[in-house]
Design a protein around this ligand. Sequence first.
Ligand code: S3P
Length: 172
Amino acid sequence: MKRTNIALIGFMGCGKSLTGKALSSRTGMGFFDADAEIEAEERAAVSDIFARLGEARFRMMETETLKRAASLTWTVIATGGGAIKNPENVKTLKKSCILFYLKSSPQTLYEHTRLSDSRPLLNVADPMGKIVELLAQRDPIYASASDCIIKCDAKSPDQIVDEIIEVFRKSR
Ligand code: S3P
């Protein structure tokens, strides 16, 4: 299968949804936001799904949603930050997507997430400590799952989109 999709992976607050929307409007590709799809299907916010049904159930929904996303063509897929923890999800995405890791420092991620309470994993007494802890576990997974790492600190959304488009064009 030819990889005609773009999947954006990376930590909470790295800008996957924002970048995905911008990429979609710049390229004319479709846009699929995995968390938003789950929320629409469940008619509930991710934080409510975690609270009501638990993380394990959310992860099952995520796996099914990503299968649906990966079956599309010419689409930018914004994944949830924990999606790559399950190797099955990475395998699913790899079938049809070029994977871009939007890499940011803990400080940037903290700045981007601190005003929102929509992320259950960061609703803790020390969110910065949690970011550092989770990022240490996940950064190697994001890096090895990705086809390309985009360093996002101190770059404008336009610069990030330009970089992704350039790599994507060359890869096709
Ligand atoms: C999660 C990231 C969230 C959402 C859920 C779990 C994670 O998505 O899927 O809260 O495990 O990192 P964003 O990365 O879009 O915030």
